[in-house]
Design a protein around this ligand. Structure first.
Ligand SMILES: NC(=O)c1ccc[n+]([C@@H]2O[C@H](COP(=O)([O-])OP(=O)(O)OC[C@H]3O[C@@H](n4cnc5c(N)ncnc54)[C@H](O)[C@@H]3O)[C@@H](O)[C@H]2O)c1
Length: 429
């Protein structure tokens, strides 16, 4: 089988995609890029593969002879690198999130349209067994028309914060706003229904003690109340509440289906389907099962319930010409992520409902083409937003020093590439 030649940017989370290529028969890693030399060296030693070239500079990396790149760099910097990669003729797989501003959204869409290359958004949670089965059932009409849904991605990252922020005050995880990282909770519901979000109301968790003591300047959690094009409503909640949860629930005109909550242990992969066709009487007809997977064996060792396997598999298959490969294109990626951007504007305006533009329409792009509002000073210009609605907090340098020391201790004690629960055995982040 022809192998797609892939370059991976980001030697940390990128390990999962590197592992995919090492195991798969449809792809191979030919180049890896990270400006973090120590991390790159560790990756090189672990892989011990003479067919891989290593780069610290993206502009040199992107000139490597390869078909596609995986962007597993900072979550708020994907769009500029995606645009550069597309302009260099490479297909792109982007980790979450796709953009941090509306300006980037317009530029990214237009570059993809101009180049005609494949862009796949790596929202792996869509491919977890339960939400993926919910999608299949919904598309079959089992649930009727979508009316209401909920998505939760709760991860109390306090214990791993050192190994995912390295004590860097300017790390994106410390400076994002509460509704930014919204696609693990909202994305699967968009992928299930295929409906476009049209408006959003945002809310921000303000009990931030646990966040501040590890250096995060963000609200503790974010909520998007999203209205879809058919009038259906989604509640998406994500962030750092005390107890973890990954959970999806969908109500339609014929009933309800939901996944097991995290406390259900291995039953998290179960779905519960309660539907009937009303003919004067309602029935209580609950069916519960663990969905069969398309590639259970191949995906078993991959993180996030095996979903890390499927997002990459579909991307590679799409490049190989399989039109049926289920990838998330740029329009759907923005359907999953723009609600988070507008939810924060809603928070800053006291919780008003805001329209979400349909950037599929070239005319709608004009209003947003120069909109740089975000919390990243390198990008925002005079449109810099506070990292939480009460203002950007000031955190003592000693906090970052303590986090840095904890990270170094862990990193130096670890002789593999596993300490951050970040790579392929991990369940989350
Ligand atoms: N989908 C998931 O389940 C999941 C899980 C974890 C992380 N992520 C995503 O993966 C991405 C990476 O996160 P992470 O936790 O590995 O850590 P991170 O964001 O701290 O690391 C990114 C890596 O990219 C490198 N990098 C950044 N800019 C670079 C540049 N200009 N040139 C070369 N290298 C550069 C950094 O040195 C670092 O090693 C983020 O987008 C995050 O949202 C997704």
């Amino acid at each position: 089988m022809k192998k797609v030649r892939i370059g991976v940017m980001g030697a940390y989370r990128g390990t999962s995609m590197i592992n995919y290529c090492e195991q798969a028969d449809n792809a191979q890693v030919v180049a890896i890029c990270d400006k973090w030399v120590e991390g790159l060296e560790r990756q090189k030693a672990a892989l011990n593969d003479p067919n891989i070239t290593y780069y610290t500079d993206f502009d040199a990396f992107i000139r490597h002879d390869m078909d596609a790149v995986v962007l597993a760099n900072y979550a708020n910097e994907h769009a500029p690198f995606a645009i550069k990669a597309l302009r260099a003729g490479k297909h792109v797989f982007s980790e979450v999130l796709p953009v941090q501003t509306l300006k980037e959204a317009v530029e990214l869409i237009e570059t993809i349209e101009e180049t005609g290359l494949i862009y796949a958004y790596g929202e792996n949670y869509c491919y977890m067994p339960a939400p993926y089965e919910m999608r299949r059932l919904y598309r079959e009409g089992k649930l009727g028309e979508f009316e209401y849904g909920e998505g939760e991605y709760i991860h109390n990252c306090e214990s791993i914060w050192p190994s995912i922020t390295y004590g860097q005050e300017d790390h994106w995880r410390n400076n994002m706003f509460a509704t930014f990282y919204c696609t693990h909770s909202l994305g699967p519901l968009i992928h299930i229904t295929g409906l476009r979000p049209v408006s959003v109301i945002g809310l921000e968790g303000t009990k931030t003690e646990r966040r501040r003591r590890v250096g995060s300047k963000t609200g503790s959690f974010g909520i998007e109340m999203v209205t879809l094009e058919n009038g259906g409503i989604i509640k998406s909640v994500h962030g750092s509440l005390y107890k973890d949860s990954i959970w999806y629930s969908v109500y339609g005109s014929l009933g309800r289906m939901e996944s097991g909550r995290e406390d259900a242990g291995e039953n998290m992969e179960r779905i519960y389907v309660n539907t009937d066709a009303y003919d004067g009487e309602y029935t209580h007809n609950v069916i519960s099962y663990k969905p069969a997977e398309k590639a259970a064996e191949e995906s078993a060792s991959f993180g996030h319930g095996g979903s890390d396997y499927y997002s990459m598999y579909n991307f590679v298959q799409k490049i190989l010409g399989d039109e049926t490969a289920d990838t998330i294109d740029v329009y759907e990626a923005l359907d999953m992520s723009l609600p988070g951007l507008f939810a924060y504007r809603s928070v800053l305006q006291g919780g008003v409902s805001l329209q979400i533009p349909n950037l599929r329409d070239p005319e709608e792009r004009e209003k947003w083409r120069n909109d740089t509002a975000c919390t990243d000073p390198k990008v925002a210009g005079d449109a810099l937003l506070p990292t939480c609605s009460k203002g950007t907090p000031v955190i003592a340098p000693e906090v970052y020093k303590r986090v840095y020391d904890l990270w170094r201790k862990d990193f130096e004690a670890d002789d593999g590439y596993t300490n951050a629960a970040m790579t392929q055995g991990s369940k989350k982040t």
